[in-house]
Write a protein that binds this ligand. Structure first.
Ligand code: ASP
Ligand code: MG
Length: 423
């Protein structure tokens, strides 16, 4: 058994899907679960749809139409026969989307988000599965929501390991008696009441790891548009280099600090069962990529994790009390209430500083809540740079023309909250 994961970029158009087919033809030489994300930037588009529905920001028909044209155009190129049943399947997904947004909003934003945004994965897997069957790569389409069971923490479903394990053992594994390939969705799960949840943005990697854990897979391969895990994001660093091998510990640290190459929750299930994870290029599938596996060998390669669009909050008790356990516990309760993740924190006697992603819809209500008990100062539009295995030259280089607002160093890791220096 092996698990493959193909992200949005690997199914972003018809040619990309054909490339996925070519990889499966060569590499799916054993029982393979193929986890697929929404096509291209579909998830972002669906987020716009949710905002148009919930906050009345944007035009619903326009967004829906764009989504439909995008998917139908890919489908037309893959399966030109218009009377194929897949066309009805896709039409039905759009009808359901339409019904969902014609109803009055009820319940939380996060609930509606999950019911709508999850359809990106449904559309992608239906199209890919139908195409593969059409070209004789026989496969079974599976609704992962019947297997990855979560609680109802919408947008961050917590997986019920025991129940999911049971369902996979009793209902998913037997499918391999008659099929070699299962095509299913990443990112989404189901609750006991049959509502849809999502596992957090970019969560398809995590789905692949969970399915590997539940099936005791031999390996997971994440197919990407980069040659493997790089030591920096090539968007910001011209000389980004591939790392050949990482142990689970280094991989967890990289993802924890925000390296976007793999979802942070991916490593734990794999480490727990000692399943190696390969990150490989779908453009050059024969290249070895990066392997993440159990090993004593810590990596001493320098890696850079750069996050823009951050907000730095400085939180001070109004009554001038110390920042101590009780204040901290109140602060963290508020952060967790709004699902806001802390990327870096630092405290002094009367102030606690936190750097986090700036997501207006989460941060604005968080600020209001914090301001009941605390005085809050903030700095928007800051950058967070994390460097593992740093040295002084590297720091000098990185801070050129930057104003460093906060710095924090451990033996291996340096974090700096910075701003562009105005001249
Ligand atoms: N489609 C989802 C996202 O873009 C999940 C994923 O790609 O892993 O966040
Ligand atoms: Mg994606």
């Amino acid at each position: 058994m092996q698990v493959f994961k193909f992200g949005g970029a690997s199914v972003k158009d018809a040619d990309a899907v054909k490339n996925v087919a070519a990889i499966l033809k060569k590499q799916a030489n054993q029982s393979t679960i193929v986890v697929i994300s929404a096509m291209g930037k579909t998830t972002n588009k669906l987020e716009q749809l949710v905002n148009a529905y919930f906050y009345k920001e944007g035009d619903i028909p326009t967004i829906l139409n764009e989504l439909k044209i995008f998917h139908l155009s890919i489908l037309n190129q893959l399966i030109p026969t218009k009377n194929h049943t897949i066309y009805d399947d896709i039409e039905n997904v759009f009808v359901e989307l339409l019904w969902a947004i014609e109803e009055e909003t009820s319940g939380s934003y996060n609930y509606h988000y999950d019911q709508l945004v999850s359809q990106g994965e449904v559309l992608a897997t239906k199209i890919v599965s139908a195409y593969l069957n059409e070209i004789d790569i026989k496969n079974k389409w599976l609704d992962v929501r019947g297997f990855i069971q979560t609680d109802n923490s919408y947008r961050e479903g917590k997986v019920d390991y025991e129940l999911s394990q049971y369902l996979v053992k009793t209902e998913l594994l037997p499918i391999f008696n008659s099929h070699n390939i299962i095509i299913t969705q990443g990112f989404i799960g189901g609750t006991s009441e049959n509502f849809t949840t999502t596992l957090g943005r970019e969560g398809s990697d995590y789905t692949a790891a969970l399915l590997a854990f539940f099936t005791d897979a031999k390996q997971v391969i994440i197919w990407k548009d980069v040659p493997g895990v790089l030591n920096a994001d090539p968007k910001y660093f011209k000389n980004a280099k591939k790392i050949d091998e990482l142990n689970y510990h280094d991989a967890i640290e990289l993802t924890y600090y925000g390296a976007s190459v793999i979802h942070p929750k991916t490593i734990k299930p794999l480490q727990n069962k000692n399943i190696p994870l390969f990150v490989k290029s779908f453009i050059n599938p024969q290249e070895p990529g990066t392997v993440i596996k159990d090993s004593e060998q810590r990596s001493n390669a320098t890696s850079y994790i750069f996050k823009v669009d951050q907000i730095l909050l400085s939180i001070q008790p109004k009554d001038f009390s110390f920042i101590a356990e009780e204040n901290l516990s109140n602060i963290f309760t508020i952060f967790s209430k709004y699902n806001v993740h802390v990327n870096m924190m630092q405290n002094s006697a009367i102030s606690f500083s936190v750097c986090t992603d700036y997501d207006e819809h989460k941060i604005e209500p968080l600020l209001i809540d914090l301001q009941v008990e605390f005085k809050v100062l903030y700095n928007k539009n800051v950058e967070l740079m994390t460097v593992r295995n740093y040295d002084q030259d590297i720091i000098t280089n990185l801070t050129e023309n930057k104003l460093v607002i906060i710095e924090q160093r451990s033996r291996n890791t340096l974090q700096m909250v910075m701003k562009e220096e105005k001249d």
